[in-house]
Design a binder for this molecule. Structure first.
Ligand code: DON
Length: 309
């Protein structure tokens, strides 16, 4: 896809990059620790097919938690509202993304929302298919449709690296299995979940996914409904309330755009009715969100009055 580099965006990227040195690249997944903390890039995708960018937008990144929005959309389409929300809640936690604390405190060990790791594991568990391979392929095909790119695959290195070190997610998985929210083999589920998180694309693809959500699930180039409007609405609502974990409130006030972050430094944003955003900036703040990416969105939102509130 053709994307024009844009001077105004370049200036904003250079300003935002100044805070990258205050952040740190995630290294609890060893492969992610190899990223360059100074990188920062952005692509903006409009419904008329135009695209503007700044930085190395062709660089591939893994989705990590950004994938949680897409797996949620798929299981809502697979299983319906009632089934999904009987098993995962709708409330923000105010806790870090990998926290186990609330599961034990609640009456029913139901994860509070699908964006935290506990909730995302339950969501991935719900992806339909006859075996793990089929479930993964269904998710990947769905991503191909939304991003309009059939070349998107996953990084075996990142998947393997996370699988070998996912001690916290293992704990969450076994806890949830004990409480009946998951009834498959946890190692198998982790294999699927870590592959999901390792799905790899560039900022242009990320912006294309944001665009489809911004357009209520419709692919603007073909007019085809890829995600039913109600499912797209639910996804965007979770992006606002839980997309930045325990920084979602501040993000809503300062930026006001439905967005989802991942520990690889990716952020996918959907400006309702207007455009999709894909950002990559691997240096993270203490909450696990791209520090320069958030700064960039703040500058962008102020300059172009993008807040939906
Ligand atoms: O499960 C994990 O810990 C990672 N695969 C994804 C976490 C993540 O991206 C949190 N986001 N900021």
């Amino acid at each position: 896809m053709f994307c024009k580099s844009n001077e105004e965006l370049d200036t904003l990227v250079n300003d935002a990059r100044k805070v990258a040195s205050l952040g740190k690249v995630a290294d609890y997944i060893p492969e992610l620790g190899k990223a360059n903390g100074n990188d920062l890039s952005i692509a903006i995708h409009y419904p008329d097919g135009n695209c503007i960018s700044a930085g190395d937008v062709e660089r591939k990144i893994t989705l990590q938690s950004v994938s949680k929005v897409i797996s949620l959309a798929l299981v809502l389409m697979d299983r319906g509202y009632q089934y999904v929300f009987d098993r995962v809640g709708m409330e923000p936690t105010g806790d870090p993304f990998n926290s186990i604390a609330r599961l034990e405190r609640a009456n029913v060990a139901k994860p509070l929302n699908p964006m935290i790791n506990a909730g995302a594991l339950v969501v991935t568990h719900m992806i339909k298919g006859n075996n793990v391979e089929e479930r993964f392929q269904r998710l990947l095909n769905f991503i191909h449709d939304i991003a309009d790119n059939r070349k998107i695959g996953y990084s075996t290195n990142v998947a393997q690296s996370e699988f070998e070190t996912a001690y916290l997610n293992r704990s969450l998985g076994y806890f949830l299995k004990q409480h009946g929210l998951i009834n498959e083999d946890i190692e198998q589920l982790l294999g699927l979940y870590t592959r999901q998180c390792a799905i790899e694309m560039n900022c242009l693809d990320l912006a294309r996914i944001g665009l489809v959500l911004a357009m209520d699930g419709v692919d603007p180039s073909s007019g085809k409904v890829i995600i039913p409007v109600d499912v797209a609405r639910i996804c965007k609502t979770f992006m606002v309330t839980c997309g930045m974990y325990d920084a979602s409130g501040e993000f809503a006030i300062k930026i006001g755009i439905p967005a989802k972050s991942g520990v690889s430094g990716g952020i996918m944003g959907a400006v309702p009715g207007k455009f999709g955003i894909g950002i990559f900036g691997p240096a993270l703040d203490e909450k696990g969100n791209s520090i320069a990416g958030i700064k960039l969105l703040e500058l962008l939102s102020k300059k172009y009055r993008l807040s939906m509130f």
